[in-house]
Design a binder for this molecule. Structure first.
Ligand code: MF3
Ligand code: CO
Length: 269
């Protein structure tokens, strides 16, 4: 047992949830995952430069596929558990896992989450942004703004040797302050060596609860914020697309982060 093992074992003995050592990335893995994350950010920048009214979400899928492959990467969603496209595009009342479609044309006033995940040299990265199409309603603008603030506040609350619940609490409090709700059953995840690793990252848990944030951990901060109720349903035909039950708008922003000795570093956003 080294010093870290003893520290983790001591915390576990006190009833804390601690990560398995396999979830703590080595220096070498961190270097490789950062390259994947840099490509992931470049893909999102590429989407940002081209997204516009009149474009189909299938065109966004082609932008992501072509750019990723041209830079030596593989879009992680493609064929992941049967997902048919290279990116998730979630418009208006779609909470997440929207499937790009030739017949879905972006209209002035839409809000859309584009969730990009990349495999480079076998290492995984993942982030998503909200885009607004032309002039949007004040109501939509506020939801997108508050969602961005939620993720920034969650990031600020994340500290080495703190807890995942600190992040959730910061996010959930801010959302509720604005009358919004946070989706409970779908959350973030560990990432790096796989697309989805332990732990599950909830955004509705109390401060001081859940897993201890140990240097070397990597995970996503990606709350889904609804203007109405948090309930949802999944498209029965495609088995993926998640819609708000009440038809209200939903927004999501995703950062992928690394816990270090001194703080929490954003790898892609
Ligand atoms: N990028 C999503 C996440 O943040 C995962 C999407 S799974 C897919 O966890 F198959 F839909 F791509
Ligand atoms: Co994602």
């Amino acid at each position: 047992m080294d010093k870290l093992d003893i520290k983790l074992w001591t915390l576990a003995a006190k009833g804390q949830i601690v990560p398995d050592r396999s979830l703590l990335k080595t220096e070498e893995q961190i270097r490789a995952i950062k390259k994947s994350a840099d490509l992931n950010t470049a893909v999102l920048d590429h989407v940002a430069a081209h997204i516009r009214a009149g474009m189909s979400t299938a065109e966004i899928d082609r932008l992501v596929y072509d750019f990723t492959v041209a830079h030596g990467g593989i879009p992680a969603p493609l064929n992941y558990e049967g997902f048919p496209k290279s990116v998730c595009t979630s418009v208006n009342d779609v909470i997440c896992h929207g499937i790009p479609d030739e017949n879905e044309i972006l209209q002035e006033g839409d809000i859309i989450n584009v969730d990009v995940s990349t495999i480079l040299d076998g290492y995984y990265s993942d982030a998503s942004r909200m885009f607004t199409i032309g002039n949007i309603s004040d109501r939509a603008k506020k939801l997108v703004q508050v969602t961005r603030e939620c993720v920034e506040l969650g990031l600020k609350a994340a500290k080495p040797w703190g807890h995942l619940g600190d992040i959730a609490w910061a996010i959930n409090s801010h959302a509720r302050k604005h009358g919004y709700s946070v989706v409970e059953e779908i959350g973030g995840h560990g990432i790096g060596l796989e697309f989805h690793e332990e732990p599950f990252v909830s955004y509705v848990t109390p401060k001081g609860s859940e897993m201890v944030l140990v240097p070397g951990m990597m995970f996503t901060i990606e709350p889904m914020i609804n203007e109405g109720t948090p309930e949802f349903f999944i498209d029965e035909d495609n088995g993926w697309t998640v819609y708000t039950e009440d038809g209200g708008l939903s927004a999501q922003v995703e950062y992928m982060v690394l816990v270090t000795e001194n703080g929490v570093e954003v790898l892609t956003k």
